[in-house]
Design a protein around this ligand. Structure first.
Ligand code: ZN
Length: 126
């Protein structure tokens, strides 16, 4: 079962309310989607919690959700689990500081491009 928006928001809030500061791992600074190569992924820290991808949909929509005029790469773009690209993300939790990170892969014609973005609880659309 994929995580729903409420679960994602609760997990993110729990991490933000904890006393421990955010660790220095780079995905926590990715306020907007950031491209990375696999060798930069902090695999020793990132524990996969689950996915946002619905298992009963073959091809999730590419429609984006920007009711307030944000764009794909805006740092304040809302996190809507039903919309691109959140609908194809996996959810990770940092073992050092418990902050959440989203990750998915863009498939272009001749490349794959990994992207990550941190989860700000206030931006999760429920
Ligand atoms: Zn961390």
């Amino acid at each position: 079962m994929p995580l729903n928006a409420h679960e994602l928001k609760q997990l993110a809030e729990a991490a933000e309310e904890s006393a421990s500061p955010t660790c220095g791992s780079w995905p926590h600074r990715a306020a907007a989607w950031e491209s990375f190569t696999e060798d930069r992924w902090p695999a020793d820290l990132m524990e996969r919690l689950g996915t946002l991808r619905a298992d009963d949909i073959d091809e999730p929509t590419f429609e984006e959700f920007h009711p307030r005029g944000t764009r794909y790469d805006s740092t304040d773009a809302p996190i809507s689990v039903a919309h691109f690209p959140f609908n194809r993300c996996d959810v990770f939790r940092c073992a050092a500081c418990a902050r959440l990170v989203l990750r998915y892969t863009e498939f272009g014609g001749y490349y794959v491009d990994h992207r990550a973005r941190r989860v700000d609880a206030a931006l999760v659309n429920v």
